[in-house]
Design a protein around this ligand. Sequence first.
Ligand code: B1M
Length: 208
Amino acid sequence: MSNFDDLKNAIIKGKRDEVINLVNELLAAGNDVNQIVDAGMIPAMREIGERFSRNEAYVPELLIAARAMQAGLGIVEPLLAASGRKSLGKIAIGTVKGDLHDIGKNLVAIMLKGAGYDVIDLGVNCDIAKFESGVEQGADLIACSALLTTTMSYMKEIAEHFKNSKVKVIIGGAPVTQSFADEIGADGYSDDANGAVKLVDLLLAKTA
Ligand code: B1M
């Protein structure tokens, strides 16, 4: 008989097929889909994120866990939508204009999803109009990623564009720093995917 801890551990270890079997077993046993997500799946991504922050797990482990999480989410997502589950908030994430790097952005997106947020993935090469489209779809917060020193400057335009709106803007990516975030007036900065989740928790709780 499977339980939520088995599911959590299977996600952390990145055992995709086991995750699919466990989610199906838990559903077949009559468990509520929200409970499966809250007790098995979200804690797994929070845990792997914490390990990543403590340098006890690295990008490959995070990607493998994310892949296993995605497999589980693929099964529960239609059921969650039907259950009327309330999300913690909606985030539009994208890599900024001129920049095609998306591995870090995808990690941040999956961690946010894993933490219980609705995520609109706008993809790469996103200009302000693209981020605006995320806001039109109901995003409370915009998360921007940049990997190039030549593209991070565009974050200033994004921060300025949303300055007088109620939408929060957070930034991240290898060349980005807290002092750059302060300088351009972004609402927050994180240097990794787990930190991005904590930042969003803080910013959206403050505005709730
Ligand atoms: Co490019 N590239 N690349 N590249 N690339 C870098 C970034 C570079 C540092 C390599 C180097 O020269 N040493 C360099 C940038 C130099 C600079 O600007 N100072 C560089 C360059 C120059 C280029 C090209 C210009 C090369 C060329 O064509 N001449 C070109 C640009 C294309 C473009 O974007 N217009 C280019 C192209 C590519 C590939 C397409 C080949 C490929 C990208 C594939 C893809 O993403 N689908 C690629 C790759 C893979 C890299 C490196 C090797 C790895 C980047 C990566 O994925 N890291 C990179 C060198 C390096 O970093 N060692 C390099 C892993 C990822 C998990 O980390 O994205 O930092 P990262 O994300 C982290 C955090 O930063 C943070 O969380 C993540 C998880 O911890 N984070 C956020 C990221 N976004 C966040 C958002 C947040 C919060 C946190 O909130 C909003």
